[in-house]
Design a protein around this ligand. Structure first.
Ligand code: 13P
Length: 340
């Protein structure tokens, strides 16, 4: 293996080190606007900087957070105290990551389905991100469950884009986090979620193989196999954990450096509970951890937004608590009474 590949593998392993996981704060301009609006704050650059630096400068963040995924602007900004966001992360032992896709757009000819864009010019953008201090990347594909969807075309087109992205990342010395999110939206049952997730993951790993992507230097960001959010009879924690593990064992090669989950609209504790249940299921071929956005930030954002000038410490405390709970869940050592 070349030095660059060895470095990739080491970074990927560090991202899923025991008891640690990823903080996803890579909301695009549109999504962060929605999150700030939900707590009655306007989407100003000052608010985005204040909020995100509050998260990244929480004392002891690196204990349970191995890396954080940023949006483009955050990688270029400074904290109000002076150091850059990247320097604050490095000081905390948190690996800087960057979302590099440019969003999921309607897939022409396929009603209700999406294709993620961002490959044009990606090689040049990655070179700049390396200069700015990023060590891993994220690309999110969106698979929707509905009447007669997803189609094979949508699954394959997104797998192909993910594979081209991953190959470019590794060429640049960046660890690709590949995220094919099967959305929770809808009334579908657990079996449907299983079938769609399995087909999506199989297509993804087939494409990664075709594109010579090194799996030991790749992190899978997966959605759990879970009932639709509007399903009438939603599966319980043990069923979700068992179905997710079955599905991953069927479709994800053991060589993958690690698997981290998105929260996708699950409640904060629900996301922790599911991860914990999976890690209690015994020996698995890959580390299983978290890369939560909403499930790490929801409660913290609410606390901070109530009084951004005075609630920094109390908001950070909430973030650190959720990080710790999820760190324990990544070891299968969480329990409800630790929630306090
Ligand atoms: P959620 O955990 O809020 O789903 O966000 C994770 C993420 O990065 C989705 O791309």
């Amino acid at each position: 293996m070349t030095d660059q590949l060895e470095q990739l593998v080491a970074t990927a392993q560090a991202m899923v080190a025991p008891g640690r996981g990823i903080l996803a704060i890579d909301e695009s301009s549109g999504t962060i606007a929605k999150r700030l609006a939900s707590v009655n704050l306007d989407n100003s650059e000052a608010h985005r900087i204040a909020y995100r630096s509050m998260l990244l400068t929480a004392d002891g963040l690196g204990e349970h957070i191995s890396g954080a995924i940023l949006f483009d602007e955050t990688l270029r900004q400074n904290t109000p105290a002076g150091p850059s966001m990247v320097e604050a992360m490095q000081a905390a032992g948190v690996i800087p990551g960057i979302k590099v896709d440019t969003g999921a757009k309607p897939l022409a000819g396929f009603d209700g389905e999406k294709i993620t864009e961002g490959l044009d010019g990606l090689r040049e953008r990655l070179a700049e991100y390396v200069q700015l201090g990023a060590r891993f990347c994220k690309w999110r594909a969106v698979i929707t469950i509905g009447e007669d969807i997803p189609t094979r075309t949508c699954i394959d087109a997104n797998a192909h884009a993910l594979a081209r992205y991953a190959a470019l990342c590794q060429e640049a010395g960046l660890v690709p986090m590949v995220e094919p999110e099967v959305l929770m939206d809808g009334t579908h049952d657990l079996d449907t979620s299983f079938d769609v997730t399995e087909a999506t993951l199989k297509a993804l790993f087939s494409a990664l193989f075709e594109h010579n992507v090194l799996l030991e230097g790749t992190i899978l960001k997966a959605s759990m196999v879970i009932s639709g959010s509007e399903a009438s009879d939603r599966a319980g924690v043990d069923d979700v954990a068992e179905a997710t593990i079955d599905c991953l064992l069927n479709a994800v090669p053991a060589a993958v450096a690690g698997i981290v989950f998105l929260s996708g609209g699950q409640g904060d504790v629900e996301a922790t509970q599911h991860l914990d249940a999976m890690n209690r299921m015994g020996d698995l071929p890959w580390p299983l951890s978290f890369s939560y956005g909403r499930a790490l930030q929801q409660a913290c954002l609410k606390e901070w937004a109530a009084d951004p000038d005075h609630n920094v410490a109390s908001a950070q405390k909430i973030l650190l608590h959720r990080a710790k709970m999820n760190g324990l869940a990544a070891l299968g050592q969480w329990s409800q009474d630790l929630e306090g």
